[in-house]
Design a protein around this ligand. Structure first.
Ligand code: HEC
Ligand code: HEC
Length: 603
């Protein structure tokens, strides 16, 4: 893109925004920039066939004779990105919208100008609010230029024409003028500052004088175009999802372990592609049972966005009540649901989450239930050789209510000694494991149904591991909310080769350990452990309050680096001779003062 064009776009935007701010009812000529003739000539652009969108957005975004609206028709986006744009139209551009209309417009645009499943799959983590490290390695210039304020996934959440990618850059420059000169992530900012090179490079080739922004734009235009085979195919094939029915849910929550249960999905006739849910699940290890009711919408035929809250007023869900001084502004019992509905309507997967920073979550997979029996998993992740009367629960659906011990199988050397109780969704039993039973993963079968590698048989605990190996929390409670960090301790058996960290290591599941904090000597004598916060008996770290602390030298904030230490005592029934220790690093840092990566979640 030439400098001249960029400057022009900025002027147009500055002018349009200025006008919109000045007049409560924007005059018809406060037009956002229109795509250039080159774009239209290619006959791209998705006509808008929705009266509400035309009525509410049309005063500024004109339609052409093919029904294509300026700006709007030349991009596709995830529900989250459409929502962000619509919000900006209201907050900065003074569009006037009732919430119900905003929701309908969001639904229409996400459905008709969305991303295809295969385009959204690689960036599922963004909508799921997963705290992962993601690096976009496809193009370094684009990653350096575009991922310092928000994740690259926000960029990959859209597809645009060349002109629209350029106008997006103009939007950033118009609203955030400092962006021009801020060299972030080793980038150069958005405006050319480097002197033009004329000498050939070491390889003898003429120098590449393009600005990183120009290179990034070239990359975005090429790899994220408006028209793609994926979208052409999906927009033709897409149907209203028929997902009413019973679903089995299997999940895993840090610090709690596996969960098993059912979600009943019914239609919510008040909105298109709307659903009501009733969820009931059991935390396998503790036996605690949680019920929730919720509502969801499915966008673009496959993007489930829901909300659920505990139905019992008594707060039967302790996972949401931890961290009492967390941000007051959020409904503590509210959980959000982001799921990817697979095309065959038999599976959905994703994350349920809550917490001020969405840091508390359950990774879930839902499978559609028929009337056939299904084994989902077990209450224990491992069984010890040579131990008798070990209590095990099998979780499932449509399981037989009358069972004999020989109807349940765990493989060689494991004998079911007693069926304690049998229900359609849960069988309680006891097993004896022979001294010489071979160690390794075991399938669990009930009647003719098998769950592969449901648990492992082991002879001893060789070590423990603390997860995550590097955690992060944020002080809060005064001005900003706290970000908690859950740690967990997992037992390990070194496997048949007896060597740690090899492929045959067996993970034996969570173990109850004694948790403590130790000084991590990044700065000598800073006594971090007295200030950073507390670790509870279940490995949940709650940071201290934000702001200066007069009790600390230099009146510093309560931030710091510490070790989180887990100790499995030799008194533990499953542990042979000596106590085992493991540790992980914890960084307790400042609040997130500006949540530029915050996504509102498409509802
Ligand atoms: C009052 C005038 C006004 C109204 C009404 C309006 N917009 Fe905009 N729109 C603008 C302006 C100005 C820009 C360019 C600046 C920007 O991107 O914020 C813009 C830009 C856009 C863009 C491009 C954004 C990008 O990321 O590059 C989209 C898409 C859009 N509008 C959609 C909508 C939709 C959908 C509606 C109706 C809900 C709407 N607009 C209503 C003024 C308006
Ligand atoms: C200085 C920080 C910063 C940098 C650098 C940055 N962005 Fe953004 N970006 C933002 C902010 C803030 C928003 C949210 C704007 C709003 O909706 O108010 C945003 C929004 C977006 C959106 C959503 C657009 C919409 O309509 O809501 C896209 C796509 C995007 N950026 C792409 C990019 C690309 C591509 C680059 C690199 C060329 C980039 N960003 C670099 C701060 C940045």
């Amino acid at each position: 893109m030439s400098e001249r064009k960029l400057t022009m776009s900025v002027n147009v935007i500055g002018w349009a925004v200025g006008l919109a701010v000045m007049c409560a009812t924007p005059p018809a000529h406060a037009q956002p920039p229109t795509p250039a003739a080159t774009d239209v000539a290619k006959d791209e652009g998705i006509p808008v066939q929705n009266d509400l969108v035309r009525a509410k957005c049309g005063s500024c975004h004109r339609s052409d004779d093919k029904g294509r609206m300026s700006r709007v028709s030349y991009r596709r986006a995830t529900p989250e990105n459409w929502e962000r744009t619509i919000k900006r139209m209201v907050t900065l551009n003074h569009a006037i919208l009732e919430p119900a209309d905003a929701r309908s417009i969001l639904k229409y645009l996400a459905d008709h100008q969305g991303l295809a499943p295969d385009e959204a799959r690689p960036i599922a983590f963004e909508a799921e609010h997963r705290m992962i490290e993601y690096s976009y390695t496809v193009d370094k210039d684009a990653a350096d230029t575009c991922s310092s304020c928000h994740s690259m996934a926000r960029v990959l959440s859209e597809r645009r024409t060349k002109e629209e990618w350029e106008l997006l850059v103009a939007m950033h420059r118009g609203y955030y003028p400092l962006i021009d000169s801020q060299p972030m992530n080793g980038g150069q900012g958005f405006r050319r500052t480097r002197p033009i090179q004329t000498e050939p490079g070491p390889d003898g080739r003429p120098p590449d004088n393009r600005h990183p922004m120009d290179k990034a734009l070239e990359h975005l235009t090429k790899t994220l175009p408006l028209t793609t085979p994926e979208w052409s195919a999906w927009s033709a094939a897409m149907q209203a999802p028929k997902i009413v029915g019973r679903w089995a849910v299997v999940g895993s929550q840090a610090g709690k372990g596996s969960i098993f249960g059912q979600v009943t999905v019914t239609a919510d006739p008040s909105v298109p592609d709307g659903f009501n849910t009733e969820t009931r699940y059991t935390v396998a290890r503790s036996g605690e049972t949680i019920t929730r009711t919720g509502k969801a919408l499915v966008y673009t035929g496959y993007q489930w966005r829901g909300r659920g809250s505990s139905s019992s007023a008594a707060g039967s869900d302790p996972s949401t009540s931890s961290g009492s001084s967390r941000a007051q502004s959020r409904d503590e019992a509210a959980w959000r649901e982001v799921l990817f509905v697979e095309r065959d309507w038999t599976q959905m997967w994703g994350r349920w989450f809550t917490g001020a920073y969405d840091e508390t979550g359950i990774d879930v997979k839902l499978t559609r239930l028929s009337n056939d029996p299904v084994v989902l998993g077990t209450s224990v992740a491992s069984l010890k050789t040579g131990a008798t009367n070990q209590a095990v629960k099998i979780f499932g659906a449509n399981l037989p209510a009358t069972l004999r011990p020989e109807d349940v199988g765990f493989g060689q050397g494991v004998r079911v000694s007693r069926i304690v109780n049998a229900r359609a969704d849960e069988i309680a039993l006891e097993v004896d494991v022979a001294v010489g039973a071979p160690i390794g993963p075991r399938d669990v079968s009930v009647g003719g149904t098998v769950k592969a590698a449901a648990l492992v048989v082991y002879d001893k605990i060789d070590g423990i591991r603390v997860l995550p190996q590097a955690g992060m929390a944020r002080v809060g409670g005064n001005v900003f909310p706290k970000q908690l960090q859950q740690f967990e301790a997992v037992a390990i058996n070194y496997g048949p080769d007896g060597k740690p960290d090899t492929a045959d290591d067996l993970t034996l599941g969570l173990v109850a350990v004694k948790w403590s904090l130790e000084e991590y000597t990044a700065t000598f004598g800073d006594d971090d452990i007295q200030f950073v916060g507390t670790l509870d008996a279940n490995g949940l770290f709650t940071p201290n309050v934000d702001g200066p602390n007069p009790k600390r030298s230099g009146n510093r904030n309560n931030v710091g680096d510490v070790w989180v230490v887990a100790e499995l005592s030799s008194a533990d029934a499953r542990q042979p001779d000596r106590p085992l220790r493991a540790r992980a690093q914890l960084l307790v840092t400042v609040p997130l003062y500006m949540a530029w990566f915050e996504s509102e979640g498409g509802k």
